[in-house]
Design a protein around this ligand. Structure first.
Ligand code: CA
Length: 227
């Protein structure tokens, strides 16, 4: 995910960039309106953070121009507290959201994620998908089309590992360590037992996804094509 920050306050721009990098975003900073607008027009970004009061060209002019040019990148305006009408002005001209300075990085990141989600730039992070299968992490449910089934905590943890490592073979030892821990006294065949439970549930909801055993190595998710 690439984010463009157009902000002339260096310290603020840097602090925002640092916070975003920690969230694994790629960041580019432009500190005047003209450079910011050029960058937004020529490079591809997933989101733009746009200050209002900027040297050379202000945020509203940039916003209007980008919309005229049919740039679809979502834009969050950064407005100062004193600029009371900025919010309305920005939203009227097609900004996706605004945030009032001073803001906490936590709030900013929450807003960014909400806008990215709303504009379909990121998928809901509480749902993991593979083939026709959806794992609802929040409600511990496994879904396939209109079917759904409740799963246990350990089944959820196991499935999460598979869905986060879709194309990898996961070893039984690795799964054992990650889910039951190094010091665990859990039975060595726990992984197998729970995978059997999961396979049963996959069948119950009629999913084409299966956990395939790779002999001598471990397990891998697969999607059956036929049937
Ligand atoms: Ca400014």
């Amino acid at each position: 995910m690439n984010i463009l920050i157009i902000e002339d306050e260096y310290s603020l721009a840097d602090a925002v960039a640092e916070a975003l990098k920690k969230e694994k975003f790629n960041v580019c900073i432009k500190t005047n309106g003209e450079d910011g607008e050029d960058e937004a027009l020529t490079e591809s970004y997933d989101l733009i953070l746009l200050d209002v009061m900027l040297p050379k060209k202000n945020g509203f002019e940039i916003l209007k121009f980008l919309k005229q040019e049919k740039i679809k990148t979502p834009i969050i305006m950064l407005t100062a507290k004193s600029e009371i009408d900025d919010k309305l002005n920005g939203l009227e001209h097609g900004a996706d959201d605004y945030i009032t300075k001073p803001f906490s990085m936590r709030e900013l990141i929450a807003r960014i994620k909400a806008v990215l989600k709303r504009t379909n730039r990121i998928e809901d992070t509480d749902i993991l998908k593979f083939g026709d299968l959806k794992l609802d992490l929040k409600n511990a449910k496994l879904k396939c089309n209109d079917n759904e089934i409740q799963i246990s905590g350990k089944e959820l943890e196991l499935l999460e590992q598979f869905l986060l490592n879709k194309n990898q073979i996961l070893s039984r030892e690795g799964l054992m360590e990650r889910i039951w821990g190094y010091e665990s006294e859990a039975e060595y065949n726990n992984v197998e037992v729970y995978i059997t439970f999961i396979r049963r549930k996959l069948k119950l909801i009629d999913s084409k996804v299966n956990i395939k055993a790779v002999r001598g190595i471990g397990y891998k998710l697969e999607e059956k094509n036929d049937k």
